[in-house]
Design a protein around this ligand. Structure first.
Ligand code: ADP
Ligand code: MG
Length: 282
């Protein structure tokens, strides 16, 4: 089995992953002749989401028969508006959300929120529909405040206005293949917390089923999914992260090694598989 890794050489997670996948090798490109042939059975791609050249090459690899993780065609399908639409389809609870146009025009928020088709309540979160790593995420307490942020950001980003959820606990769950790891997360300090979350055992089967469904919808093999939890009430906050950050210092030791081992097993299991492409129905 030939496994290629697309990541910088100093990434500790891929170094540990490669120690579990003997013979795996880093990919290096200068230019690429087309058509490409199938040289690798599986490629673990942790870079192409931020590089158009690499994303194009990963799509060629995928069409040539290499199983690319995550599916490079899926990167076009991860925006937060699409996540909300999928929640609706899969009957997953999500906070009331409005997609705002990208425009320089003066925009009356009371009017827009009035036309949403549901009652929208402040405080709210304003965030980019294709954001990651908390870039341009704001709390707004009124239509006025929403207008100010909108005028500052909407010229360069498509924004969502989403009701802010008050919660007791925040989860950032890791999904690898068909396995999930429930991890408690402290968003204020951006820190993972070791906790077996036994008190949430009654919610886990339903959350797990929803997470597997979200991953199946867009053909993701590795992902993190974020939830708020208050009593038995849960809301989905962030459904897709094509390249979860996996840093040994940031995670409890056993969680980290669970991720390394489970991902290595997932890579091995894909030797004879192909990615779905958007033209195929699931
Ligand atoms: N509707 C919301 N209610 C409460 N907190 C939220 C909401 N949306 C986002 N947040 C907070 O903002 C953080 C970043 O938002 P998120 O949707 O995860 O964007 P990103 O893709 O940048 O990680 C979340 O981890 C959460 O702490
Ligand atoms: Mg997030």
């Amino acid at each position: 089995m030939r496994v290629g890794i697309l990541e910088y050489g100093d990434d500790r997670f891929v170094q540990d992953l490669m120690s579990k996948l003997p013979g795996s090798e880093f990919l290096k490109f200068s230019n690429v002749g087309i058509p490409v042939s199938r040289e690798f059975d599986v490629v673990v791609d942790r870079l192409s989401f931020q590089n158009k050249f690499l994303n194009s090459v990963m799509k060629l690899y995928s069409l040539a028969g290499t199983y690319v993780i995550n599916n490079p065609f899926a990167v076009a399908c991860t925006d937060k508006a699409l996540q909300i639409q999928l929640c609706k389809k899969l009957k997953i609870p999500f906070p009331n959300t409005i997609v705002l146009p990208s425009t320089d025009e003066v925009y009356d928020f009371s009017e827009v929120v009035g036309k949403a088709g549901f009652e929208f309540r402040y405080p709210a979160i304003m965030k980019p529909h294709d954001g990651y790593a908390w870039d341009d995420v704001y709390v707004v307490n009124s239509a006025d405040e929403a207008g100010k942020i909108y005028r500052a950001v909407a010229g360069r980003k498509v924004l969502l206005l989403q009701e802010r959820v008050e919660y007791q606990e925040y989860l950032r769950c890791f999904c690898v293949g068909r396995k999930t790891l429930f991890v408690k997360y402290d968003p204020k300090n951006r820190a993972y917390i070791k906790d077996d979350l036994k008190h949430l055992d009654h919610l886990k089967p339903q959350l797990e089923q929803w997470m597997l469904a979200l991953n199946r919808e867009i053909d993701f093999d590795i992902n993190t999914i974020e939830w708020t939890v208050s009593g038995d009430e849960v809301f989905l906050i962030d459904a897709y992260n094509e390249v979860p950050d996996i840093v040994p210092e940031a995670l409890p030791h056993d969680y980290y090694w669970w991720l390394v081992d489970t991902f290595a097993e997932c890579v091995r299991s894909k030797e004879n598989e192909r990615n779905r492409v958007p033209t195929q129905s699931p």
